[in-house]
Design a protein around this ligand. Structure first.
Ligand code: NDP
Length: 487
């Protein structure tokens, strides 16, 4: 990065700011667009007049633009020369753009949300009903966006009823034509929801480290959701998305907030550059590249590793190779590592020492991979029986985001035809034997999986692209033609 007398200085103000991903995003924009800008986090402590001094001080220092985060998105409005009308309705700004007299404020969070929804084929203008879960700042922004785009009925559920009521009152004032239905978190109330509704999850329930927390409990709510959008992106598959996928309607689409994060940043950066006369338009190639960087940083653990599980023949190694290539990571195959360390094949280890010995080696290796001091992210292809031990299933979670490649017995037989190294594939009625084994392990795979991919009829490249898509940002691969056959 070049820093000189012409550098356009950008930054983030908030308290805290230590965990922000914004510098990574904005400094990559600068690098890719060859623009001389630098983005820094500024920790503005939540103390008397600190925010006012920070905003005025930033203007005096010639800072081109700022993002604003918790807890200042509302309070900062007092120190601006103007606010765009939608941000004023929301009552929160996240972007300050320099003008000749001071900063003007806007809210690019909602632009990011709208753009990411569109990327997934959801156009709010065409929807009659939307469910908003939450009533905090982000819920208010999502609700106002729905109002602006003409959604006729907005259903709102929030833990505290009072806050939901206050949001409903504001929405009535701003969007008198929009029906607001406040629901409690009960099966009875949930029956009022139209089937297949778009749900925008705007609470902080499920955010790392409290990753098991669900924002709503009623099973009927999950059964009504046809498209689930969760603003949270850490972890990649939140408890909410997981529940929608497992207990919701068949085929519910589930998306996390990584795309929103990326698109709001792009909208902020473009506004700053436009105001500074530096131009620069962020294309999808740049967004994809940053999406991949974010993908690696927004996992449940900071390493961003991906762990592939599944029955033999589910394609863990082949998919692992594709995925590792896409992400620029190493592929580590647990069976191969054990074979190398032992100097003999898995079949030989089983025959010489028995299964318990092999499982001990496997658990020992998993402990290393899940260890806190492991710095480097990787893609792990694991042995088919790794989920059999309780401890292993815990360790898999610690090692990274667990993806179960689900296949049927018929898939396994078809894929491994001609493979003479697997005793299970010898003899008659092999499909029934494999089906029985898969049925015995299914619950264990499911229990340990963050993400489930039906891998039977897809090529390795499509599966890898699907993993990218489900765990974060996979835009680059959305339309990629796939001519390669899976081995
Ligand atoms: P606020 O603090 O303003 O609101 C928090 C909301 O979460 C409230 O509705 C609160 O309910 C609810 N809530 C908190 N804990 C629970 C729980 N255990 N069970 C049920 N509900 C709960 O936060 P924001 O609105 O600013 O942010 C919400 C989330 O959105 C955050 O996780 C944030 O990271 C994410 N976000 C993501 C963005 C992106 O770019 N992807 C952009 C902006 C936000 P109650 O009113 O009862 O307290």
């Amino acid at each position: 990065m070049r820093i000189d007398g012409h550098t356009l200085v950008l930054g983030l103000i908030g308290d805290p700011v230590e965990h922000t991903l914004s510098p990574l995003i904005h400094n990559t924009f600068a690098e890719k667009l060859h623009i001389n800008s630098a983005y820094l986090p500024f920790h503005v402590r939540n103390e008397e007049d600190a925010l006012e001094k920070a905003v005025h001080g930033a203007f005096s220092l010639g800072i081109t633009g700022l993002n604003v985060t918790v807890p200042y998105k509302t309070e900062v409005i007092k120190y601006l020369v103007s606010v765009d009308p939608l941000a004023a309705k929301i009552g929160a700004v996240n972007t300050l753009v320099r003008t000749s007299d001071g900063y003007t404020g806007c809210n690019t969070d909602i632009l990011g949300l709208e753009r990411d929804l569109k990327r997934h084929g959801v156009c709010l203008e065409k929807l009659s009903e939307v469910l908003i879960i939450g009533a905090g700042g982000a819920a208010r922004a999502a609700a106002c966006l729905c109002g602006e785009r003409g959604v006729r009925s907005l259903y709102v559920i929030n833990r505290s009823y009072e806050r939901a009521k206050a949001l409903a009152e504001d929405l009535h004032r701003y969007f008198p034509g929009m029906e607001i239905v406040l629901l409690s978190d009960s099966d009875n109330d949930a029956r009022k929801l139209p089937d297949g509704i778009l749900a925008i999850q705007c609470t902080s329930a499920g955010l790392y480290p409290d990753t098991d927390t669900l924002p709503v409990q009623s099973g009927e709510i999950y059964r009504r959701i046809g498209f689930a959008y969760d603003l949270i992106y850490t972890p990649k598959e939140t408890a909410f998305l997981k529940k929608c996928r497992s207990s919701g309607r068949e085929g519910t689409e589930c998306v996390n907030g990584t795309g929103m994060l990326l698109y709001q940043a792009a909208a902020s950066y473009e506004r700053w550059m436009q105001a500074a006369g530096a131009g620069g338009s962020i294309d999808t190639g740049i967004l994809d590249e940053i999406g991949r960087k974010l993908f690696l940083q927004t996992g449940r653990n900071t390493q961003g590793s991906i762990v592939l599980t599944g029955f033999m023949g589910s394609g863990k190694t082949t998919v692992g190779k594709e995925l590792a290539e896409m992400l620029g990571l190493k592929l580590l195959d647990t069976d191969c590592i054990i074979e190398q360390r032992e100097g003999r094949s898995i079949n030989e280890i089983f025959a010489d020492e028995g299964e318990a010995y092999f499982r001990d080696l496997e658990t020992g290796l998993l402990r290393e991979l899940a260890g806190k001091d492991r710095q480097e992210a990787a893609v792990y292809a694991t042995g088919g029986g790794i989920v059999l031990r309780d401890e292993n299933r815990e360790l898999l979670h610690k090692a990274g985001t667990v993806v179960w490649l689900r296949v049927t017995a018929a898939d396994v037989v078809r894929r491994l035809e001609g493979d003479s190294t697997r005793p299970l594939l010898e003899g008659e009625d092999k499909e029934q034997r494999i089906a029985r084994l898969i049925a015995m392990r299914e619950d264990l795979y499911s229990e340990s999986a963050d993400i489930i991919i039906d891998a039977g009829s897809l090529t390795a490249r499509k599966i890898a692209a699907g993993i990218m898509e489900k765990t974060g940002y996979g835009g680059q691969h959305e339309n990629s033609g796939d001519q390669r056959a899976e081995s």
